[in-house]
Write a protein that binds this ligand. Structure first.
Ligand code: ASP
Length: 441
């Protein structure tokens, strides 16, 4: 079985990074499918090739000369080519792109050339075959990937070969190039891994996995060694900077492990994302990761008999649904329910919403609490351990964090607390220092 390896922009930013990629691929003969992004930033202040390509397109659209930017892009590839001692003749490729750019080439096609050229160079460097993404990833006219057709096409194209595939794009039914959202090479890698029933989808980047907490809040948080797909979803729901849903879905569906690795530290095992993790419930840390988000408003509706009156919750939710407001969390009591909603969804029409709720629900009272942040401790092991929530609440209380709301998903994968926004960072640090850091020493 093959391993599909996707390398991100920072792993391909220069000839020196290309060398690291080659060493990684050559280390394991099962790494037979390589998916590449376009070259990223070499240092802070540098530019990603994809950004330069978008800029180039904008210059042409506004009738401003794009020659300088185009030259910078060409230079990036020439430098990689020279540094890796490659022979691919880039001149005719750039002449062709330039001519078509001037003739009104579509933006999606223009920006896709970043990945295309990177894959051509990488294929030569590794001695692999180049397989164009446009030859197997096909979109339907409504913009969805046609998975059955795409998978079948790649199975044929990659059979018995070692290949390099450009990320980020595919082709529409009429052959026009279409790109995924930004960062979309991750999606290409996941589709390739799913198509080929890969043993693992390795996503090589510049960090040693998904961090247990936001490094802007917690100093040097540890990477998560193993996480389930369900836990990952919980963490990304509360704002953790993890992979795009589209980059997870194809491999998750086929139960293919996803391994996030660091090109600059290839011996580090990174984070392994699995469908299910068999382990002794009592061992190790009960928190897998900590996430959180600011910007919530809580509407607490009190009405005597709320729980015993059929349809009363429905009437509340109908008012919100009509206004296209989604409810993030909904802790409830016998005579009350709290609706935790994103502030951005209610701030402009809060008074109309309250009026509508008064009219339709006829509550005893409605209280509005603004500037709430949610903090979630996520961990598959929490379900098996008694007393976890008590410990968490005690630690927050001892550190002066006022808990305004508590809720837990039915799968017991998380414990979520609502705190005032001013306490957000403290709450995350208290949880990390108390329940993660302590366990590592
Ligand atoms: N190069 C594209 C971007 O910068 C796609 C990717 O890197 O995944 O968004």
């Amino acid at each position: 079985m093959s391993k599909v390896c996707k390398f991100g922009g920072s792993s391909l930013a220069s000839a020196a990074q290309f060398q690291k990629v080659k060493a990684i691929v050559q280390r394991d003969s099962e790494r037979t499918v390589v998916v590449v992004s376009a070259p990223g930033k070499r240092c802070s202040g540098d530019h990603k090739v994809t950004d330069l390509l978008y800029l180039c397109g904008a210059h042409v659209r506004y009738g401003v000369s794009s020659e300088e930017i185009f030259g910078l892009i060409a230079q990036r590839y020439e430098e990689i080519k020279a540094g890796c001692g490659l022979s691919l003749d880039l001149k005719p490729v750039f002449t062709d792109i330039h001519a078509r750019l001037m003739a009104g080439m579509e933006e999606d096609e223009l920006v896709s050339r970043g990945e295309y050229l990177c894959a051509r160079l990488m294929a030569e460097y590794l001695g692999f075959d180049f397989v164009d993404a446009a030859d197997w990833i096909t979109f339907t006219f409504d913009g969805q990937v046609d998975e059955a057709a795409s998978y079948a096409a790649l199975q044929q194209l990659a059979a018995g070969r070692r290949v390099v595939i450009p990320g980020f794009y595919g082709a529409m039914p009429d052959g026009r190039i279409r790109t995924f959202p930004r960062g979309g090479s991750d999606i290409t890698g996941a589709l390739a891994a799913a198509a080929l029933d890969a043993e693992v989808y390795e996503n090589w980047t510049d960090v040693s996995g998904i961090l247990m907490a936001d490094p802007r809040i917690v100093k040097d948080p540890a990477p998560i060694p193993q996480v389930t797909y369900d836990e990952l979803r919980e963490l990304s729901y509360v704002g953790a900077d993890v992979l795009h849903e589209g980059a997870v879905f194809p491999v998750r569906l086929k139960n293919i492990p996803l391994n996030i690795r660091n090109t600059n530290d290839p011996d580090h095992p990174g984070t392994l994302i699995l469908g299910d993790i068999q382990e002794e419930a009592g061992n190790g840390n009960f928190i897998t990761g900590i996430g959180g988000k600011k910007g919530f408003t809580v509407l607490t509706i009190h009405k005597t008999g709320l729980s015993s009156t059929p349809g009363s919750l429905l009437s509340i939710l109908e008012v919100l649904a009509k206004r296209k407001i989604s409810v993030s969390y909904m802790p409830s009591g016998i005579d009350s329910v709290s609706l935790v909603v994103a502030r951005s969804q209610v701030e402009k029409s809060l008074y109309q919403l309250l009026g509508e709720l008064q009219k339709q629900v006829k509550p005893d009272s409605i209280a509005v609490t603004e500037h709430i942040a949610v903090v979630a401790a996520v961990g598959r092991k929490m379900a098996f351990r008694p007393g976890i929530s008590g410990k968490i609440f005690a630690a927050l209380g001892e550190n002066g964090v006022n808990i305004r709301m508590i809720t837990q998903g039915p799968e017991e994968l998380n414990i979520i607390v609502g705190v005032e926004e001013k306490d957000f960072e403290t709450a995350i640090r208290v949880l990390y220092d108390g329940f993660v850091k302590e366990k590592q020493v």
